[in-house]
Design a protein around this ligand. Structure first.
Ligand code: NAP
Length: 304
């Protein structure tokens, strides 16, 4: 039986892993994706992590993983499908068929992109529909694209794409953007970004690839088509917590309820990173969560 199983190998999971090794805990990191880093792997620049200004997300993920490897962190490439109580701890069912027994669990499963849930979205994913501007933007050099959403990610995506595409439509369902004022200023200053406000996307159309989107102005009720080659969807994140639904308390969006110590509603189950209820979901807060969770695990194990 492990002391702790860390589910997820993004910044929160790897942060927890190095603290667990240094605390001499018998630990394993479960990595579903087959690579470490979580969401940062798809991030162009991470410019707000102390001491590493301008590092690419990929390089940051590699350096986090190297640090874990130096400490001989044990990794297992499987998906956890269920967690159940077991005498003295928990039993984790996995996609590989083997069960894993552990005294404690740190859930560091992060979050994924939300879908827009409109006609054509699934059909054209990878054929013009993308959830990652920095991954797919280069395919749209000199072309026209739409970014859907009004948060920080949508604004960053629109700015990134404005340097590649000939025209970027920023389509947002309200007349006010949610993203940071500093990003808004840059968006409004860009010549080739058009803010399409009060507008929802009703369908993504195409033949082999995307050709246009059907949009509706929610105030004027006017419907029209916008011709685009690419649609970048940036409408927020969804936590990867379905497999523990009903097992630990969550908020209405599916984030696992916990404070900075990572303690959830169930003894011995902890949560770190973007899957936790928190104000600021960033690499630096995810790493800190991992460290805090291990401190909580140690306290808990001493009480067993
Ligand atoms: P977000 O802040 O939740 O914004 C999501 C946007 O999508 C909102 O504008 C929302 O509209 C819109 N939206 C949601 N569902 C929609 C739907 N069904 N149809 C149309 N529009 C929809 O998410 P995010 O931009 O992905 O950012 C996630 C978190 O990461 C945030 O906390 C953000 O601050 C943080 N972040 C920080 C930085 C940075 O500090 N540099 C960079 C990136 C992200 P409404 O505004 O109408 O709700």
């Amino acid at each position: 039986m492990f002391d702790v199983v860390i589910v997820g190998s993004g910044p929160a999971g790897l942060g927890a892993a190095i603290y667990a090794k240094r605390a001499m805990l018998d630990a394993v990191v479960i990595e579903k994706a087959g690579y470490s880093g979580g969401q940062i792997i798809n991030t162009d620049d991470v410019d707000n992590y102390l001491g590493l200004s301008g590092i690419s997300g990929y390089d940051m993920a590699m350096s986090f993983r190297e640090h874990a490897d130096k400490l001989d962190v044990l990794f297992k490439d499987v998906e956890v499908t269920n967690i159940a109580e077991e005498t003295g701890g928990y039993r984790l069912s996995t996609s590989g068929g083997d069960d894993i027994l552990t005294k404690t669990v740190i859930l560091a499963t992060g979050a994924n992109h939300s879908k827009l849930n409109v006609t054509g979205e699934d059909k054209y994913t990878g054929k013009g529909v993308s959830y990652c501007a920095t991954c797919d933007g280069a395919f749209y050099r000199g072309k026209e694209v739409a970014v859907i959403g009004g948060g920080d990610v949508a604004l960053e995506d629109a700015l990134y794409l404005s340097k590649i595409a000939s025209k970027v439509y920023l389509v947002h369902r309200r007349d006010e953007l949610r993203g940071a004022k500093s990003l808004q200023d840059k968006v409004f200053a860009a010549d080739n970004i058009e803010f399409v406000k009060d507008t929802v996307v009703e369908a993504i159309n195409g033949e082999i690839k995307v050709t246009d989107i059907d949009v509706l102005n929610v105030k004027s009720k006017e419907a029209c088509k916008i011709k685009v080659d690419g649609v970048f969807i940036a409408v927020g994140m969804k936590p990867n917590t379905e497999f523990v639904n009903g097992f630990v308390d969550m908020d209405e969006k599916g984030y696992i309820k916990a404070l900075e110590d990572g303690i959830t509603s169930r003894a011995g189950i902890f949560v770190a990173g973007d899957a936790r209820t928190k104000n600021l979901r960033q690499v630096i807060t995810a790493v800190a969560d991992g460290a805090n969770c291990v401190a909580s695990v140690e306290k808990y194990l001493n009480l067993l």
